[in-house]
Design a protein. Structure first.
Length: 213
């Protein structure tokens, strides 16, 4: 597959009501790739569980792109959406990200990750795919025949937001560790102060009264 023939990298999130349709859609993507109508870098059928975790049911990917789909953009996307940051950017509730974007930023509502996350509903199958395409016609037609609803976002935008999400997660972990250390230090100081106060009280009770003149 010569990807130079395709001008745009897009990430697709296709929602289905039936699991069989999602698996069939994965097969259709493989066929489109084989016919050189699109180039599929990686794709996976996923489901969001009740706890918000996104689970991969079946996947495909070109070995030439970072070994497997699990190590490519789709794998990163599944990991982010199903992790702690996924809850911040939407999760199963559809709440928009608060930590990755400034609340005053006019582009905050244009988060590609938030849109993709909201499209993956609890219990319903979805197809995630990283594709190169010249236009949207081939994939949209194939997905429509299977009753799929296609959400398409720019691949570079998704990559940038994944990087931002991972950085936010690292910063959150660092902040949490710092707060735990500070809380532990304060607790130890309070315990030491309490022991000293108790010792002072005890010594005070045992102190001999001064002799009267």
């Amino acid at each position: 597959m010569v990807e130079d023939e395709f001008s745009r990298e897009n990430v697709l999130a296709v929602s289905f009501s039936e699991h069989s349709s999602a698996y069939e859609a994965l097969s259709r993507l493989k066929e489109l790739d084989a016919r050189d109508e699109v180039s599929v870098r990686g794709a996976a059928v996923v489901v969001r569980e009740e706890d918000g975790k996104v689970v991969t049911k079946e996947q495909i990917g070109h070995e030439s792109w970072e070994g497997t789909v699990g190590g490519g953009l789709v794998g990163l996307l599944v990991g982010v959406l199903g992790g702690p940051v996924g809850v911040l950017i939407g999760g199963a509730t559809g709440v928009l990200v608060g930590s990755l974007f400034d609340e005053d930023d006019q582009d905050a509502t244009d988060s590609a990750l938030a849109d993709i996350s909201k499209s993956i509903r609890v219990g319903a199958p979805s197809l995630l795919a990283d594709v190169m395409e010249t236009n949207t016609v081939a994939i949209d037609a194939a997905m429509a025949k299977l009753g799929g609803t296609v959400l398409r976002r720019s691949g570079p935008d998704v990559r940038a937001e994944i990087a931002a999400a991972e950085e936010a997660q690292r910063e959150a972990k660092k902040k949490a560790r710092k707060e735990l250390r500070e809380a532990r230090t304060k607790k130890q100081k309070d315990e030491i102060d309490a022991k000293l106060d108790a010792l002072k009280t005890k010594l005070g009770r045992h102190k001999e009264p001064a002799a009267s003149s």
